[in-house]
Design a binder for this molecule. Structure first.
Ligand code: G3I
Length: 448
C-alpha cells in the first residue's frame, strides 16, 4: 500500500521532531519505494508503458528492459491501417499479434494504436473518397477492433484529426472530407466491435491549454453530451526543451469532462532540462486522479523516431539516464489513486426506441438514379431502424452505402449498420443506394 503524498509529508514533519521517528521514516521510505517504472506506477493504480516494435523483440537488451520496467505496451507501427489492411479487405495481423503476445506474456496493458489516422494509410485507401472511403474506414475499425476484442486496454480510435495553428478546427484530410461525423462514426463502430476497450482520441501539440487542445476539448464535451462513446483522451507529449506551464491544468480540464486522460507518446529533447521535464510530466499525471498512465515513445535513445535528439529514458546501450531516475522518483512520491473509469457498454437486447421517419431525395437520369434517404428521430432517441420502400417494376438496386439492404427489386428493406443505428432525439442520419431504372417515391421507417 503506497503512502499518499500528504501522508509522507506528515511523517516527515513528525520526523523533524525526533531522531527515533526519523529512523523509522527512512525504513518506511525504503520499503515503500518501488524500483521499476511499472511497479511504481502500479502503486497508485497507473501504468507505465512503452511503444515497442515487433522487429526489435529479438534484441535481448531491448526485451530485458521491456520485461523489467514496463507494464503497458503500444505497437509503434504494427496496428496501423497500412500494416493491418495492406490491400482492401485483406487483413494481416502477424506483427500486431507479436506485440499483443509480448504484452500478454508480461501481464501488461495493451494500448491499440491507431485505428484511423490521415498518415500511414495503405495506398488503396489514399485513393478512395466519399462514401467508398467512409465505408472502408468504418469496416477497418470494425474488423481490427473485432480481431483484438477483449485484449486491448484502450484504443486510439482516431489519431491527430485536429489542425495545428490557431483555428481550433479539424485538419483537412481524406477522412475529414467524408463528413464531419467521421470521428463519431468511428467511435461508435469501435464500441460495437469491442465494448470493453476504452476508446481514446489521441493528438499532439495539445499538451497545454491552446486553440488546438480547446478544439479537442469542445469535441469531447459534445461527444459526452450526445452519448457518443468516448472514454479517454491521449496527450502525445512529444516535448522539446520546455513544458507548457498549464500542462497539469490542461489534463485536469479534460478529466473534469469525465474521461480518462493518458500520456501516450512521451519523449523529451535531450538538454539541460530533460530530467526536469520528464519529472514534471510524471508529477502532473500522478496529481490528476483520472490520469491512467504514461507511455514513452520507445525504450532506448537509439529506438526513437527522433534521431539524434536522445529523447528517451535509456541511453543507446540500455543504461538508465538521469531522466529515468527523475521519473521513478516522481512516481514513488505518489499521489491520488487512479479510479478505473467505468466503460459504459452498448446495451444488449432491445433498448426502448422512439419513432423515426424516412424521406427520399432522388438524383435521376435516363435509366438510373441515386437515392439519398434521410432517417430522422422524433422527440426520443432511436436505437436501430429499418427503412422500407417499393421500387417500381423493372428497377433494381446496384449498390448501397451506410445501410444493409435486403434484396434488389420490389419491396426492399434497409437496416442500419453498426455506426448509425443510434440517432439522438431530433437528429438524423443518411444512407444511400444507386440503381437502374426509376427510383422509389416514398419510404417508411420502423424504429427498434
Ligand atoms: O519498415 C520499413 C522498412 O522496411 C523500410 O526499409 C524503411 C525505409 O524508409 O521504412 C520502414 O518503415 C518506417 C517505419 O516507421 C518503421 O521504422 C517508415 O518509413 C516510417 O515512416 C515509420 O515512421 C513511424 C511514423 O510514426 C510514421 O508516421 C515511426 O516509426 C513512428 O514512431 C511514428 O509514430 C507516430 C505515432 O504513430 C503518432 N504520433 C506521432 C508519432 C511520431 O511521428
Amino acid at each position: 500500500m503506497p503512502i499518499p503524498r500528504h501522508g509522507r509529508l506528515a511523517l516527515l514533519a513528525t520526523a523533524a521532531a525526533g531522531v527515533v521517528v526519523a529512523a523509522s521514516v527512512a525504513v518506511i521510505g525504503t520499503a515503500d519505494a518501488a524500483s521499476t517504472l511499472g511497479a511504481s506506477a502500479a502503486q497508485t493504480g497507473r501504468y507505465f508503458g512503452a511503444a515497442i516494435a515487433a522487429g526489435k523483440l529479438g534484441d535481448s537488451t531491448y526485451t530485458g528492459i521491456l520485461n523489467r520496467e514496463f507494464n503497458a505496451v503500444t505497437p509503434e507501427n504494427e496496428m496501423k491501417w497500412d500494416a493491418t489492411e495492406p490491400s482492401q479487405g485483406r487483413f494481416t495481423y502477424t506483427n500486431g499479434d507479436r506485440i499483443l503476445n509480448q504484452g500478454i506474456s508480461m501481464g501488461a496493458k495493451i494500448r491499440g494504436h491507431a485505428l484511423l489516422w490521415h498518415q500511414q494509410q495503405p495506398s488503396w485507401a489514399q485513393g478512395l473518397s466519399g462514401s467508398a472511403l467512409r465505408n472502408a474506414a468504418i469496416n477497418h475499425v470494425t474488423q481490427v477492433a473485432t480481431h483484438y476484442k477483449g485484449k486491448i486496454y484502450a484504443w486510439d480510435v482516431v489519431n491527430e484529426a485536429f489542425a495545428d495553428g490557431g483555428s481550433g478546427g479539424r485538419r483537412d484530410s481524406n477522412l475529414q472530407r467524408t463528413g464531419n461525423d467521421w470521428i463519431e462514426a468511428a467511435f461508435r463502430a469501435a464500441r460495437a466491435a469491442d465494448p470493453n476497450a476504452k476508446l481514446c482520441y489521441n493528438d499532439y501539440n495539445t499538451d497545454g491549454v491552446n486553440a488546438k487542445s480547446t478544439g479537442v476539448y469542445n469535441m469531447v464535451r459534445d461527444f459526452k453530451s450526445r452519448g457518443v462513446p468516448i472514454d479517454c483522451v491521449g496527450f502525445q507529449s512529444h516535448l522539446g526543451t520546455s513544458i507548457p506551464g498549464d500542462y497539469q491544468a490542461n489534463l485536469q480540464r479534460f478529466a473534469d469532462l469525465g474521461v480518462e486522460v493518458q500520456i501516450t507518446e512521451l519523449d523529451v529533447a535531450q538538454g539541460g532540462n530533460q530530467a526536469n521535464i520528464y519529472a514534471a510530466v510524471t508529477r502532473a499525471c500522478v496529481a490528476v486522479s483520472r490520469c491512467g498512465g504514461i507511455t514513452v515513445w520507445g525504450i532506448r535513445d537509439s529506438d526513437s523516431w527522433r534521431t539524434g535528439e536522445n529523447p528517451l529514458l535509456f541511453d543507446s546501450s540500455g543504461n538508465k539516464k538521469a531522466a529515468y531516475t527523475s521519473v521513478l522518483n516522481a512516481l514513488n512520491a505518489g499521489g491520488p489513486t487512479n479510479p478505473t473509469t467505468p466503460v459504459t457498454t452498448t446495451p444488449t437486447g432491445n433498448p426502448p426506441s422512439g419513432a423515426c421517419a424516412a424521406s427520399v431525395s432522388l438524383n435521376s437520369w435516363n435509366g438510373g438514379f441515386v437515392a439519398t434517404v434521410r432517417v430522422t428521430a422524433g422527440s426520443a432517441a432511436v436505437n436501430g431502424w429499418t427503412v422500407s420502400l417499393a421500387l417500381p417494376s423493372g428497377s433494381a438496386v446496384t449498390s448501397t452505402w451506410n445501410a444493409t439492404g435486403s434484396g434488389s427489386t420490389g419491396t426492399i428493406s434497409f437496416r442500419n449498420v453498426s455506426y448509425n443505428g443510434q440517432i439522438p432525439a431530433g437528429g438524423y442520419t443518411e444512407f444511400g443506394f444507386q440503381g437502374t431504372g426509376a427510383g422509389p417515391g416514398t419510404a417508411s421507417c420502423t424504429a427498434g
